[in-house]
Structures are given as C-alpha cells and as structure tokens.
Design a protein around this ligand. Structure first.
Ligand code: NI
Length: 299
C-alpha cells in the first residue's frame, strides 16, 4: 500500500471504515481532492435561534458555539471574535510565508492520548509546529496536555466530541459534537478553534452549512500514510515521503506510538528537502473561508 499513487488515492475515498482515513461524505475520484477556493467570500448567514442539541456549559453561561449559532459575533472570515491578539499576530506575520516557501502542515488527529506527550517533546526538539485535531472527550480527560499543545505554539482544532460521523449525523447531533468540543477546548486552553476536521472526512451540505455558521473551515488532507492500519513506523515514514508535495496537509495520529516514532525522521528528511513546517491556518495564509474545505494549498 505504498507509493505516491496508492497513498494519494486513499484521499479519493476508497476505504470503507478506518479510524480517521475513510472518506464517506464528499465526492472525488482517484487522486487529489480539489480544495475550496481560498477567497475571502463574505456571506455568513446569521442564524437567530439556538439549534437544538447545542449544549450549555454546566455553570449556565451561554457557550461560544451557542453564541455563534444565535448570530452573536457570527464571523465573515474564519474565526470567532475572540481570537487572541497573539495568535492574530502569528497569522499576520506569516501571512505570505507559504506563497514563497515549500510549506507542509503536519496534522495529528484523535488525541490527546497515548503518545501525545512524546510527540510534543519531538516537535519541540525540532522546533516544528503542527496542528492537533482533538477529540472533545479526550480533551476533558487531559486538559493539561491541550494547554501544553497550545502553549508550545501548535494550532488546536476540532475533531468532534466522540469521533462521530458528522456528515451522516442528524443536525442536532452534529451541532452538539462540534460545540461541546469547542467548549472543552476553550475551557482547557482559553482558545477557540477555527478549524474542523470531520472524522472519516465525512462531510456534506448540512455540515458545510453548520461550519459556515460557526465560522469554521473544514480541513481534510492530501497525504494519508494509513498509520492506523499496520502501525509500522518505517511504513509511515516511507509513505509520507513518497507522497508529500509542497502545500500538502499530512494526516497522522498521535495516539499511536508507532506513528510518533516516525516523526523525527519525517521532519529531518522534509527539512533536508527545504520544507518549512507550518500550522494549517498558516499554510493557507490565514485566508480560510467559513465552511470551505481544504486539503492542500495550490502552488
Ligand atoms: Ni480521527
């Protein structure tokens, strides 16, 4: 299952059931999925009622997710009103970085769990920043790890609360999955994600509309080394290296020690080829559109 063709074709939706790698909700034949237009389209419809299923925090405050769904601060560009000045500065400073550099965004799904701590050490040693797509129910089990991820400069993003198939879930369930995770991450780290990766890559019109209302971009991937499948460190390294191109989003899972063990070599080899490691938001120059779907930055 290695080689650029095969690995990339996984992106087109061949597998039936995977931890994170199957695509059931959007079309695309073999090869690379075309990303949504990277434009600053305005147009975020303001929703004036709370969607059923949105959850309120235990203390009775209205959650960020609910506020957005009520139309309070519904953004015209990706991001809630409350993005910290520090994060805005990072994005602004690096806005055009990937227009010139050979960028790659390493992304890690399903944590925090297992080998997340070890991965943070490796990324720190190599001075590499990545993007973590977190499962909400794991966030509440280990909020300290989420704080560490954020403090180290990594991008924190939403991967649903229970690793649910959001593309096929009823509307209320999808709303609950996304907003509970937003709130869990907010409580743990103080920041609110602007990126959503639907588990299994499963999305559709309804989830896209929801993401748009919530000011979130949908992030899929261009490279999938199938690290969850055979849990073979050398295979993960080989598949990533065979498939990666400048502008790619690479999908991996920090819940597997075998994957984390491949990261030092992947970083060294990509660095030797001149790659710059960026977060997903940086990869797209901070120009993500709410509801848009992104798999790679076009050259
Ligand atoms: Ni996943």
């Amino acid at each position: 299952m290695d080689g650029p063709g095969l690995v990339r074709r996984v992106v087109g939706g061949v597998l039936a059931v995977t931890v994170c790698g199957a695509l059931s909700g959007f079309s695309g034949g073999a090869g690379r999925v075309r990303p949504a237009q990277v434009t600053g389209r305005p147009a975020v419809p303001v929703v004036t009622k709370i969607v059923k299923g949105a959850t309120a925090p235990a203390d009775g405050r209205v959650s960020w997710g609910q506020r957005v769904l009520q139309g309070v601060g519904a953004p015209g560009v990706v991001g809630p009103a409350g993005v910290s000045p520090a994060r805005k500065a990072v994005v602004t400073r690096q806005r055009d970085l990937c227009a010139r550099a050979r960028c790659v965004a390493l992304t890690f799904d399903d944590g925090p769990m297992g080998s997340t701590g070890r991965l943070l050490e490796i990324l720190a040693e190599h001075r590499v920043r990545a993007t973590f797509f977190l499962v909400g129910q794991n966030v509440v089990k280990d909020p300290e790890m989420v704080r560490r991820e954020y403090a180290a400069g990594h991008e924190i993003a939403n991967h649903s609360y229970t690793h649910a198939d959001l593309g096929r879930a009823p509307e209320a369930k999808a709303v609950e999955e996304v907003t509970r995770t937003q709130d869990a991450i907010q409580q743990a780290s103080g920041m609110t994600p602007v990126l959503l990766r639907p588990p299994y890559g499963s999305t559709g019109k309804r989830l896209t509309a929801l993401a748009r209302r919530m000011g979130m971009a949908q992030v899929l991937w261009a490279v999938d080394p199938l690290d969850w499948e055979d849990r073979d460190t050398k295979a993960v390294e080989r598949r990533v290296m065979a498939s990666v191109r400048p502008g790619d989003v690479v999908l991996m899972h920090d819940i597997h020690a075998t994957t984390v063990a491949a990261v030092p070599r992947i970083i060294d080899r990509l660095a030797a080829k001149g790659y710059t490691f960026v977060t997903v938001t940086e990869l797209f120059g901070g120009k993500l559109t709410p509801g848009g779907k992104y798999v790679q930055r076009e050259p």
